[in-house]
Design a protein around this ligand. Structure first.
Ligand SMILES: [Zn+2]
Length: 432
């Protein structure tokens, strides 16, 4: 690849901007309007400068557009694009009615391959370059997802779903088959290129104690692997978990007792957690993948983002498609703002954008690779239009501060604002 330089307005973060009142010189915000981002021949960020680079650098002029690090979606389901926008149910009924039937189709390796390619291309078209992903219980679905991610050079964390009970025939494994399939997938994919393995417990109700114990053993035995699951999303789910695990102190405790709550654990939702749960998450360094669009759509509840952080818990942002209704991290941020507004807290554009970039990278232990425009990081980034269409354009023309401009983008924008998306320096998506 030839080295090149992109001219645009560069926005990223050097640190967490926090919950204070946002302004244009907020701590942690790094704003470099009309600068050049230099990308070297290996697909890494080589520098940022105000003046044009020497002529040996190929120049891409995106003056007047916004360039940000690629977004990181910390919880999303590859096989659920087909159940987006399904009417009328809460979590448990939604799984049974829409999701499990959709996931059954992934018994077919061809469906896995087509679904994985469609899914990753859709992420890129939404400006998302890295993700923590659930495929299905089928080993072939994880194989297909890793294969498709490797072809694109994307940073993807995933693993086959573990579910050995309370799911339809055809969507369950066993402790033995899960161990065999997981081990083979780890050996083949973990640490290969930009891929990492995540032990993927669907949620407590669909795994036996023996399978949860297996996940704990695998996590401990394979350093650098992650754990992903759901926790404390919905009240009926909480009651079911209490029935299934009468000895557990709480839903989170079901996981903690098997060594599944640690620094590399990504737990989606975390709406209904008590003080002991929060203290445990903070102590172990586990992160909550806050999924506001899904929580609103399924009527699950309003997660206490600021409260979790005040108690030391890392919180990242996730689309949770197909419970969530859009792969767009801007739409996700707009929903997060509304969820927090109902809790009496105002989410700034800085906080939201940080959470979907450097914040997620830091929580995943990947801040030297993704999430910022730091020199040496992999050149995963997207170019954005500030406004699309006459309404957003009129709003954009009326702004009087940078935060106002970015907050309007976060609230009104979506995938239509994406101009192009780059992974490791390669343009993998360009709007028509
Ligand atoms: Zn989910």
């Amino acid at each position: 690849m030839n080295r090149y330089a992109v001219r645009a307005d560069l926005l990223d973060f050097t640190a967490d901007p926090g919950w204070g009142k946002p302004h244009d010189a907020s701590a942690g915000l790094r704003w470099r309007p009309d600068h050049w981002l230099l990308v070297d021949g290996s697909g890494r960020i080589a520098g940022v400068q105000a003046e044009a680079p020497e002529p040996s650098w190929l120049r891409l002029d995106h003056r007047g557009r916004l360039l940000m690090p690629g977004f990181i979606d910390t919880h999303v389901h590859m096989p659920q694009l087909e159940v987006l926008a399904s009417f009328g149910t809460e979590l448990l009924h939604w799984l049974e009615t829409y999701t499990f039937p959709a996931e059954l189709r992934y018994a077919d390796p061809e469906a896995c391959s087509a679904g994985s390619n469609r899914f990753l291309d859709a992420l890129l078209a939404h400006g998302t370059t890295a993700a923590v992903v659930f495929p299905t219980v089928h080993k072939a679905s994880a194989e297909a997802l890793f294969t498709a991610a490797e072809q694109r050079g994307m940073r993807v964390i995933a693993g086959k779903c573990l579910m050995d009970r309370n799911a339809p025939p055809g969507l369950t494994d066993t402790v033995d088959s899960a161990e065999r399939d997981s081990t083979e997938l780890i050996e083949r994919w973990h640490g290969r290129g930009r891929l990492a393995y995540a032990h993927t417990v669907r949620f407590a109700p669909t795994s036996s104690d023996a399978q949860l114990a297996l996940a704990g053993r695998l996590l401990a035995a394979h350093p650098g692997t992650y754990l992903q699951t759901h926790v404390a999303e919905n009240q009926d789910e909480l009651r079911w978990v209490a029935e299934l695990f009468p000895d557990a102190r709480s839903y989170l405790d079901v996981y903690a007792r098997h060594g599944l709550v640690g620094a590399r654990s990504v737990l989606a939702h975390g709406i209904w957690l008590d003080a002991d749960d929060r203290a445990l998450l903070a102590r172990e360094g586990a992160q909550i993948a806050h999924s506001p669009s899904s929580n609103l759509f399924l009527g699950s509840g309003l997660a206490d983002w600021r409260g979790l952080e005040q108690e030391g818990v890392a919180v990242t942002l996730a689309s949770d498609v197909g419970g969530g209704t859009s792969l767009s991290m801007l739409r996700t941020m707009a929903d997060a703002y509304k969820v927090q507004a109902l809790r009496g807290v105002r989410l700034s554009a800085w906080k939201a954008l940080y959470a979907a970039t450097r914040g997620a990278a830091t929580a995943l232990g990947l801040e030297r690779e993704i999430g910022s425009l730091d020199i040496g990081c992999v050149a995963d980034f997207a170019l954005w239009q500030y406004a699309v269409g006459p309404v957003a354009a009129a709003r954009d023309a009326a702004v009087s501060s940078l935060h106002e401009r970015l907050f309007a983008l976060m609230t009104l924008g979506d995938e239509r604002n994406v101009v192009s998306t780059y992974v490791a320096g390669q343009c993998l998506y360009a709007a028509a």
